[in-house]
Each structure stands twice: as C-alpha cells, then as structure tokens.
Design a protein around this ligand. Structure first.
Ligand SMILES: NC(=O)c1ccc[n+]([C@@H]2O[C@H](COP(=O)([O-])OP(=O)(O)OC[C@H]3O[C@@H](n4cnc5c(N)ncnc54)[C@H](O)[C@@H]3O)[C@@H](O)[C@H]2O)c1
Length: 334
C-alpha cells in the first residue's frame, strides 16, 4: 500500500483510550490517517457510509460481526486488525474468501490469563483460600492443623490444551517444583517433550494431577470435555482451575462434587455466565469464583492496542504479520 492508509476503529468507544493511550495512539497516527469520528458503530446503517475509503479496520470488543453489507460498504478494505482475542465470529465464512488479512491480539491477551493461572496454582497449592477462611472464622491458628497435602513441593499440574495460553502457562511454571502433564490431541509426544511436559490422555491427566487447569478452546469437540465420569477420576482434594470457557465442564456434575467438598475449584468462567444468584458455588469455602477477569483489563488493554499497531507496521512494510489468523485454523482455535 503506497499511500498512508485510512484506518477506522470499530469497537466499544470507552475502550479506545485504554487500548490506545497517547503513546500508542501517536505511533498509530504516524502510520495512518485517522479521520475525525474514527470510531464507527457498525450497527448503525448510516455509519456504513463512512467505510467507503477505509483501508484498515481496527476492531475490538463490542464490534458486531462484520456482515457482507459491511464488507460491501468497504471496497478498499485490506486488513482487519482485531484488538480482542477470538476472531471466530468476526467475519462470515464468505468474508474470509475476500483476500483480507485478519489478525488478532489473542497472544497478548494470553499473558494475563497465564499469570492468573500461575497465581491460582501457587495459592491453591498453598491452601491459602481455605486457610484464610478458617483463620477469619477462628481468629487463631495452629501449625499442625495444616494438612500434609498442602504445599507446592513436587506438585503435579495437568494442563488441558497447549493453546496460546496453555503454552504461556507451561513457560511460567518452569521455575517451580512441578511435574507438568499435558492433554492435547493436536500436540505430538515429541512436541510435548520439547515443551518440557509429558503428554498423557485425558483420563490419566485427571486421575494423576493435583491441579487440573483448562486451556482448550470451546469447540463442539470440547463441550463437556470434563463430565461426571472425568470429575470422578480426579483425586480427593484436587483443584479444578478453569479460565477457558464454562462449556468445557459439566456444571451439574461439578456442582455436586464441590457441594460434597471432595474437590476444590477456581472458576473464572462458568456455564451459564454468570451463574444464577442462588448457585451454591458463590459461597462454598472450597470454590473461588471470579467474574471472567483473567484476560486483559485496565492497564493490560494497552498491550492489545499495541499489538494492532505493530501488526499495521508490519503490514505496511510488506512483512508477514505475527498474529495472522487463517480461516482453516478456526475449527480448533478459541
Ligand atoms: N478467562 C478469560 O478472561 C479468557 C481470556 C482469553 C481467552 N480465554 C479462553 O481461553 C481458552 C484458550 O484461548 P487461546 O487463545 O489460548 O486458545 P487457542 O486458539 O490458542 O487454542 C487452540 C489450541 O488448543 C488446543 N486444543 C484444541 N482442541 C483441543 C482439545 N479438544 N483438547 C485439548 N486441547 C485442544 C490445540 O493445541 C489448539 O491449537 C479459550 O477458551 C479462550 O476463549 C479466556
């Protein structure tokens, strides 16, 4: 592309200053023409008129799927740079045939999820959540009350999915005294070995792990990947950590296991989300429920905007993008 491209944002306007704080925005403005009123609401049919001369769309959370009416209204469009994670539903199947370059910020969004996961593995292994509850109730503490299974020495962590997030978790776990297992049908034993983990089947992973952390994407294949029988294989007192999507776990069976107190759980995502107000999972001492916060929030959004700017720099220089998404990969991706 020889001239400065015309770039328009299609995302939640209130996210714009967090995604593109001044230093990121000025880097973008040095590359592209950002006309006045650069955030378009693609739900508004009148906004489509603003797309006629647009070369690049920077999309993000709050952007509706780009229907064929949108793509037809933007005949010069060459690239869609998404500041969110998944682009699975951003374009209709026919939209992928138009030769557009599509890129996502899922890799940048993987970092905070992996950090959350590491933190939860360490704190749950240490028994922090239960011991804090007990301390608050009893206002006293006797060293001998700590069960011998508490602690992070030689703990076995089972990861489901060597996804972008799963791989970052593997990296973050490296300095600790953990034995890491992996279940992922798309990764060979040799690849797993190269990552420094041991590939096992799902049943083995569930039966052998102290902590099971779920990082596979939601696909038809992974719906209720962990069902009643799988949960029953987990060790007494084991922790199930889910930052992926609620649909991967049978929540009726999980709730029964958690109400009985046999398992522990850290759940950032649930099915449904949020859970009904009467769900026992909000109050159980063996459950830590968070409101889908593992991904980028606050100052972490800046990395997502920066990813789009760096992708645009590469695109304009005719270099390959680092985070290009191909339609053919979507069936196994988030
Ligand atoms: N809690 C949050 O805030 C948050 C934020 C970002 C992403 N997520 C979720 O985290 C999950 C992982 O995201 P990602 O971007 O790392 O995914 P990704 O697109 O990188 O994952 C794709 C990979 O997952 C693995 N996989 C696919 N099917 C599998 C299966 N049946 N069993 C095991 N592994 C399988 C394969 O290695 C595949 O290449 C997604 O569900 C995503 O929606 C949650």
């Amino acid at each position: 592309m020889s001239e400065r491209p015309s770039v328009v944002f299609a995302l939640e306007a209130r996210h714009l200053p967090l995604l593109f704080p001044p230093e990121v925005m000025s880097r973008l403005a040095a590359l592209a023409d950002l006309g006045p009123g650069t955030v378009v609401d693609l739900r508004d049919p009148e906004a489509l008129g603003l797309l006629a001369g647009v070369d690049v769309l920077i999309t993000g959370w709050g952007c509706p799927p780009l229907g064929l009416d949108v793509l037809d209204a933007a005949p010069r469009l060459r690239a869609v740079l998404h500041t969110g994670g998944s682009v699975k539903y951003l374009l209709p199947p026919e939209g992928w045939d138009r030769g557009l370059v599509v890129s996502s910020a899922a890799a940048a969004n993987a970092l905070p999820v992996a950090e959350y996961t590491l933190g939860m593995i360490l704190l749950s292994g240490k028994g922090v959540f239960e011991l804090r509850e007990r301390f608050r109730a009893e206002r006293s503490f006797v060293m001998g009350q700590v069960h011998r299974s508490v602690g992070n020495a030689g703990r076995r962590v089972g990861l489901i999915g060597a996804s972008r997030i799963g791989r970052r978790v593997i990296e973050l776990l490296r300095p600790f005294d953990f034995d890491v297992l992996l279940h992922d049908p798309y990764v060979t034993r040799e690849e797993a070995h190269g990552l420094g983990v041991r590939k096992v089947d799902l049943a083995e992973l569930l039966a052998m792990s102290d902590v099971v952390s779920v990082h596979a994407p939601a696909t038809p294949e992974t719906r209720h990947l962990i069902g009643r029988a799988g949960l029953a294989l987990m060790r007494d007192g084991a922790v199930l950590l889910n930052t992926s999507r609620g649909s991967l776990i049978d929540h009726d069976a999980l709730t029964e296991e958690l109400v009985s107190g046999r398992l522990r759980a850290v759940l950032d995502v649930t099915e449904p989300e949020p859970l009904p107000a009467a769900s026992p999972l909000y109050d159980l001492p063996n459950v830590l429920l968070t409101p889908h916060i593992a991904g980028s929030h606050g100052n972490e959004l800046r990395r997502l905007g920066l990813t789009a700017v760096e992708e645009l720099e590469r695109f304009l220089a005719g270099r390959p993008l680092c985070h290009r998404v191909e339609h053919g990969d979507l069936h196994r991706a988030a």
